[in-house]
Write a protein that binds this ligand. Structure first.
Ligand SMILES: Nc1nc2c(ncn2[C@@H]2O[C@H](COP(=O)(O)OP(=O)(O)OP(=O)(O)O)[C@@H](O)[C@H]2O)c(=O)[nH]1
Ligand SMILES: [Mg+2]
Length: 247
C-alpha cells in the first residue's frame, strides 16, 4: 500500500497489503473482500466506559476529527449506505458505536468501532473532558483492540489536534495507523506528497504503524487496500486463516 500510488489500478496499489505475511501465498485482498462481504450490523453504543460491550471478538476502531469521514469510511468498507450515520454537521457521532462483521455481539469475525470525532469547534469543555475520559478508558482497557485507524483529511494533512490524538494513542500504547480520507478531493499530483509528509511525521512515534492508506469513500479508491490491511492484521494476530472456519 499502502503508500498510495496515484494512477495505478487499485489492486496494484496494494502490493504491500497483498504481500504474503506468512510465506504461504496469502492474498489479503481476496480475504479482505470476503471478510467485508459478510453481514454487518450495529450491535452496541457506549456513551461512557461503564457501558462498553463485554470483550469478545477482535476489534478495530476508527478515530479522527469531526467530519473527517469516519462513518462514511465504515459504510464504504462494508459496502452499505447507511450502516453508520453520516452527516454534514460535525459532531454527529457522539458515542462509541460498535458494529459486528460476520456475527453478533457474542461471536463475530470482527467488531468495527466508530468513534466520536474530536476537534469539534463548538464542543464545550465539559464535552471535551468526557470525550477524553471515554477515549482513554477505551484505549487502555480493550485487550482485543488490534488497531485504531486514525483518519486524517487528505486535503489538509495532520493538524495540531490530530497530533494530540496521536500523543494520546502513543501514551496508551494503542497501535494505530493513519488513513487519509477524501482522496477524490485531492489532485493526483498532490496525493503522494501528502501521504509522504504524513509518513515522515509519524516515523518516530512509538505506536504508529509506518504505512498510510489514502482512501475515498466517494469513489472507493483505497478501500480494497484498507480491507486487505485489516485482513492481514487479523491473520497476523492469529485470527482468520489461523483459526479455520472463521473466514
Ligand atoms: N468528497 C468526499 N466527501 C466525503 C468523503 N467521506 C466523507 N465525506 C463527507 O464528509 C462529511 C462528513 O462525513 P462523516 O462520515 O459523517 O464524518 P465523521 O467523521 O463520521 O463525522 P463525525 O461523526 O461528526 O465525527 C459528509 O458530508 C460526507 O459526505 C470522501 O471520501 N469524499
Ligand atoms: Mg461519524
Amino acid at each position: 500500500m499502502i503508500k498510495p500510488a496515484g494512477p495505478l489500478p487499485l489492486e496494484k496499489t496494494g502490493s504491500a497489503a497483498s504481500a504474503d505475511a506468512s510465506g504461504d501465498g496469502a492474498d489479503f485482498f481476496e480475504t479482505g473482500r470476503k471478510l467485508f462481504a459478510k453481514e454487518c450490523g450495529f450491535i452496541w453504543a457506549a456513551a461512557d466506559a461503564a457501558h462498553l460491550p463485554p470483550p469478545g471478538a477482535p476489534e478495530i476502531a476508527f478515530a479522527g476529527r469531526s467530519n473527517v469521514g469516519k462513518s462514511s469510511l465504515l459504510n464504504a468498507l462494508t459496502n452499505r449506505k447507511t450502516l453508520a450515520r453520516t452527516s454534514n454537521t460535525p459532531g454527529r457521532t457522539r458515542e462509541l458505536n460498535f458494529f459486528a462483521l460476520g456475527g453478533d455481539v457474542d461471536a463475530c469475525d470482527l467488531r468495527l468501532v466508530d468513534m466520536p470525532g474530536y476537534g469539534y469547534a463548538a464542543a464545550s469543555k465539559q464535552k471535551i473532558a468526557s470525550w477524553s475520559g471515554l477515549m482513554q478508558d477505551f484505549l487502555r482497557g480493550r485487550a482485543r483492540l488490534l488497531r485504531v485507524f486514525v483518519l486524517i483529511d487528505g486535503r489538509h494533512g495532520l493538524k495540531p489536534v490530530d497530533l494530540e490524538m496521536l500523543d494520546l494513542l502513543d501514551r496508551c500504547a494503542a497501535s494505530y495507523q493513519i488513513v487519509l480520507t477524501k482522496r477524490d478531493e485531492v489532485k493526483a499530483a498532490e496525493q503522494d506528497v501528502r501521504a509522504a509528509s504524513v509518513v515522515a511525521a509519524i516515523a518516530k512515534r512509538p505506536a504508529a504503524f509506518p504505512q498510510v492508506i489514502f482512501t475515498s469513500a466517494l469513489t472507493g479508491e483505497g478501500i480494497a487496500d484498507l480491507r486487505a490491511a485489516i485482513a492481514r492484521l487479523l491473520a497476523e494476530a492469529g485470527y482468520g486463516r489461523a483459526a479455520p472456519g472463521i473466514f
